[in-house]
Design a protein around this ligand. Structure first.
Ligand SMILES: Cc1ncc(COP(=O)(O)O)c(C=O)c1O
Length: 232
């Protein structure tokens, strides 16, 4: 780390109680393979692979080399009227890996942006295909879809919603599948609970299906607790 004076005050941490953290900070300064190194020099096993996003291990030489090479070759190209050649190449390669009907790629910089973009694509799709009365977006209680207004609106985390006014209008929620009484000790996907998805029928009956643009659910919820979906 640099010798720049640092009272930790300037950086507002997301999703972390700031005062508590700053009175007893847990700073990570480097990582290699499966281990982080803390500012005190301790090694920490990274059991989560970052937030499930460093699955090849930290500092994986091939990845480091690819990042360095890409920055050197063409670090940035304007996205308006010009295109970065590598973006097209990468998009083609992703479509080859994806199932056959997933054949177009829209890149974003975060999950939050991806969710807001997906909601916008759903609304615009119905609009341009002559079905513009489909404007409702349906989410699920306890869901997490990021921190943009769209994601917070279809999300179901109370503390993420309560400070931000009316959020998006025309949003409704179905119930969550998590049920401690039934599933507290299940391993893997619980046997009980597939019928809870039928709560969508209630929402359809209330609003009429012809007003619904999209339903968004996490296949495996990961933020309000990690919940595998019930079988079925
Ligand atoms: C299902 C889901 N959607 C959206 C997000 C938001 O992603 P990001 O933190 O990259 O904005 C997350 C992040 O954990 C997520 O689990």
């Amino acid at each position: 780390m640099s010798n720049h004076p640092n009272d930790l005050d300037a950086f507002w941490m997301p999703f972390t109680p700031n005062r508590e953290f700053k009175s007893n900070p847990r700073l990570l300064v480097s990582a290699n393979g499966m281990y982080y190194t803390t500012s005190e020099g301790r090694q920490l096993l990274d059991g989560c692979a970052g937030l499930w996003c460093v699955n090849a291990g930290h500092g994986q030489p091939k990845i480091v080399e690819a990042i360095q090479q890409t920055a050197k070759e063409l670090d940035y190209a304007p996205g308006f009227q010009f295109g970065h050649a590598r973006a097209f190449e990468f998009a083609s390669r992703v479509t080859e890996l994806a199932p056959p009907d997933l054949d177009h790629i829209f890149f974003t910089n975060s999950g939050s942006e991806a969710v807001d973009t997906a909601l916008k694509i759903a609304l615009a799709y119905h609009r341009v295909t002559g079905d513009g009365s489909r404007f409702r977006l349906i989410g699920r209680e306890h869901a997490y879809h990021g921190v943009g207004f769209g994601g917070m609106s279809v999300g179901g985390m109370v503390k993420n919603r309560m400070y931000f006014g009316s959020l998006l209008t025309g949003v409704d929620h179905i119930g969550h599948t998590h049920n401690l009484e039934q599933n507290a000790y299940s391993r893997g996907q619980p046997e009980w609970g597939a019928h809870l998805a039928d709560d969508l029928e209630r929402v359809v009956a209330l609003h009429d299906g012809s007003t619904i643009a999209a339903l968004i659910v996490e296949p495996v919820a990961g933020s309000a607790g990690v919940f595998a979906p019930p079988k079925g």
